[in-house]
Design a protein around this ligand. Structure first.
Ligand SMILES: [Cu+2]
Length: 128
């Protein structure tokens, strides 16, 4: 067994790499929507989304004043037209965590007043 020591070393490195890949996959992050500005009027969420990586099982965290705003997960059509009457889900706590387990683009709007039309809307692409 001339390769005994070297084979064990290769095996150890291989196992370590597997563990690191699995740890990476399991380490779901919390993503603060809007960064430090949170979920508010006057934030460019297109810019925010284009510079933010969201992976499956990460949590989108929406921080806002619940007297002023809410969060609705809607279809693309409702996102485009800012229709607030048939959301897939509605969140109103002011500190909402929303998790998407599958890759895809998800559409979130504020359902209060004309906030969506004023820009309180974000399309988030979730992918590895
Ligand atoms: Cu709002």
């Amino acid at each position: 067994m001339a390769c005994q020591g070297r084979c064990n070393a290769v095996r150890t490195v291989a196992v370590l790499l597997c563990v690191m890949v699995l740890a990476e996959a399991a380490a779901a992050a919390v993503v603060n929507v809007g960064g430090t500005k949170g979920w508010n009027l006057g934030v460019n969420y297109q810019t925010w989304a284009s510079s933010t990586k969201v992976r499956p099982n990460d949590s989108l965290f929406f921080k806002y004043d619940p007297r002023l705003h809410n969060v609705m997960v809607v279809s693309k059509a409702d996102y485009d037209s800012c229709k607030t009457t048939s959301p897939w889900s509605k969140h109103t706590s002011g500190k909402d965590s929303i998790k998407f387990t599958k890759s895809g683009t998800y559409y979130l709007i504020c359902g209060i007043g004309t906030h969506c039309k004023a820009g309180m809307k974000v399309a988030v692409t979730v992918r590895w």
